[in-house]
Design a protein around this ligand. Structure first.
Ligand SMILES: O=c1ccn([C@@H]2O[C@H](COP(=O)(O)O)[C@@H](O)[C@H]2O)c(=O)[nH]1
Length: 275
């Protein structure tokens, strides 16, 4: 999916919501456990309930990898359920030496070989250009680089000042501009870092940002939109647990739909206000 297509979808759906499919078999409603494949059945109902209100789905691959071969099959079956016009993110946080990264890129982007056809994959930029560039060799596919993450420990390295008082995450962003364009690179910025977003926009005015951390982590959607929106919206705001586990009962899909709609309705207003 191109940047313009993503923006068009945002305008059409009045939403920049990404629903996180972080499906944990120990947290799904007990009545689903009698199903032949509880994880896929859960995801199917979540996708059907929320697709109207979101523009992206982001399975964190850890939730599937932890279940071995069955988990990978579940992930593949889940991705086959996502409607065509919805952006997909493999939140896998990959990155390694060049030839290994090339394999990771094929794993998530090359449908003929792996069965996966994600639009994007999250990548840790720490190993530098050769670890990222293999992901950039696919048409209309995206790399989402970890820049300013939502977790407390993100401060351990990301705010470190380099010689010029430039922070490490700023160096990552500026260097990444030499690797690829805003048509192929996004950055992760946690909603819990909303106070940094104005400054972040100074060094990445055009890139889309994947913003996890609203909902369960307490980040503010209002602040993210106020400080982070650009003229193409430029935001994909993720919420996982607060949507998919909105209820543990038989009404889980209905409650997930309500949560997704609530966020979409707020986003609709924010698009009017800041775009
Ligand atoms: O900085 C980051 C990068 C990734 N994540 C991931 O996003 C979701 C958030 O889930 P919630 O349940 O909405 O908190 C999850 O997959 C994280 O691994 C992040 O939170 N922060």
């Amino acid at each position: 999916m191109t940047r313009q297509q993503l923006f068009d979808t945002i305008l059409e759906k009045r939403s920049f919501l990404c629903v996180g499919l972080d499906t944990d078999i120990t947290k799904i409603p007990p009545h689903l456990l009698k199903e032949e494949n509880p994880v896929v059945e859960f995801n199917r109902q979540i996708i059907e309930a929320t697709a109207e209100f979101c523009v992206a789905y982001k399975p964190n691959t850890a939730f599937y990898e932890s279940m071995g071969v069955k988990g990978w099959q579940n992930l593949q079956e889940t991705m086959n359920l996502v409607p065509e016009n919805i952006f997909t993110i493999a939140d896998a946080k990959r990155g390694d030496i060049g030839n290994t990264s090339a394999m990771y890129a094929r794993a998530f982007f090359n449908k003929e070989e792996s069965g996966f056809d994600f639009d994007s994959v999250t990548v840790a930029p720490y190993m530098g250009v050769d670890s990222v560039s293999p992901f950039l060799g696919f048409d209309n596919k995206w790399v989402i680089l970890l820049a300013l993450t939502s977790n407390e420990g993100g401060k351990d390295f990301q705010f470190s000042e380099l010689k010029s008082e430039e922070k490490l995450f700023e160096k990552v962003v500026k260097t990444a501009h030499t690797w690829g364009s805003p048509e192929q690179i996004m950055f992760v910025v946690g909603a819990t870092r909303a106070s940094e977003l104005s400054d972040f926009r100074k060094i990445a005015p055009d890139n889309f940002l994947l913003v996890p951390g609203v909902g369960a982590q307490g980040g503010s959607l209002q602040e993210v939109a106020q400080f982070g929106m650009n003229d193409k919206c430029g935001l994909l705001v993720n919420s996982s647990r607060a949507i998919i586990y909105a209820s543990k009962g038989e009404d889980f899909a209905e409650k997930a739909r309500e949560e997704a709609k609530k966020l979409r309705d707020e986003m609709d207003i924010l698009l009017d206000k800041y775009l």
